[in-house]
Design a binder for this molecule. Structure first.
Ligand code: ZN
Length: 254
């Protein structure tokens, strides 16, 4: 088995500013500015407080540490998370947790105002998402892979995908995974980010979500996933992404 697979790409976060990290090759595509060293606007869209942090907190920490601007758009405030609390109580608690996590990662929190467990995908909501995303003037948007057992995750991924299409594909689009095996389905990364140096920071952001049993979730699941994706990318810990390109079509040769 070869140590290097030509199929595996590392996302190039910035040119020289990261220092010492083997990102190669650079993201290919129309936005060559990604590798130019300019300050980038990064947006990460998630269904619930915690999804962006758990799915790509390491990558977001690296972007922020390198001086780029990072915004998390939470579709809901996690209203339905606890049957013993009212929606208002849960929303207040989980909004605070999300804000604490964002502070740790040096990201800005934006809330899209949909309701946990009852998210909607229609023309109006797609327009709302497009406006929220474009307000950040993003170079790159990360969102949830829409093949998922949780309907809110499906809606989130499709809202961002449709916003990308309707805005003329003016930013790069990447999908991230959460709870692969029980939630994210059929996810095969095309790109990886080495998060070894920011594992502790990501862990602190995940642990900010105290209502989400973070210790158990981390030890039973995300720690293993980071190491599994790390094995695939030949580093200690990594996050994996699907880079959705403008032209994914390949003829099958039949
Ligand atoms: Zn979620």
């Amino acid at each position: 088995m070869s140590k290097k697979s030509p199929r595996r790409n590392f996302i190039k976060l910035a040119s020289a500013s990261i220092g010492g990290i083997a990102f190669a090759p650079a993201i290919s595509g129309k936005k060559t500015s990604i590798a130019s060293g300019k300050k980038l606007n990064i947006v990460c869209v998630g269904a619930h407080p915690g999804d962006p942090e758990f799915g790509c907190g390491g990558t977001m920490a690296k972007y922020a540490d390198a001086g780029h601007s990072v915004t998390f758009i939470y579709l809901t405030r996690g209203e339905a998370g606890d049957p013993n609390k009212t929606y208002a109580e849960s929303a207040a608690l989980r909004t605070k947790e999300a804000e604490t996590a964002c502070k740790i990662l040096n990201a800005k929190a934006v809330f899209a105002g949909q309701i946990d467990g009852n998210t909607i995908l229609n023309k109006e909501k797609t327009e709302d998402m497009k406006k929220l995303i474009l307000a950040e003037n993003p170079d790159i948007v990360f969102t949830q892979w829409p093949l998922d057992s949780h309907q809110d995750h499906q809606v989130t991924g499709l809202l961002a995908l449709t916003a990308w299409v309707r805005s003329g594909k003016k930013f790069e689009l990447f999908f991230y995974e959460v709870n692969t095996g029980s939630e994210t389905m059929a996810f095969v990364p095309t790109d990886y980010v080495d998060i070894t140096s920011v594992r502790d920071k990501k862990k602190a952001a995940m642990y900010a979500h105290k209502t989400q049993a973070p210790e158990q979730t981390y030890n039973d699941y995300f720690k293993t996933l980071e190491e599994f994706r790390g094995l695939e990318a030949n580093v200690k810990a990594a996050e994996g992404f699907v880079h959705f390109k403008e032209n994914q079509t390949a003829m099958m040769g039949l």
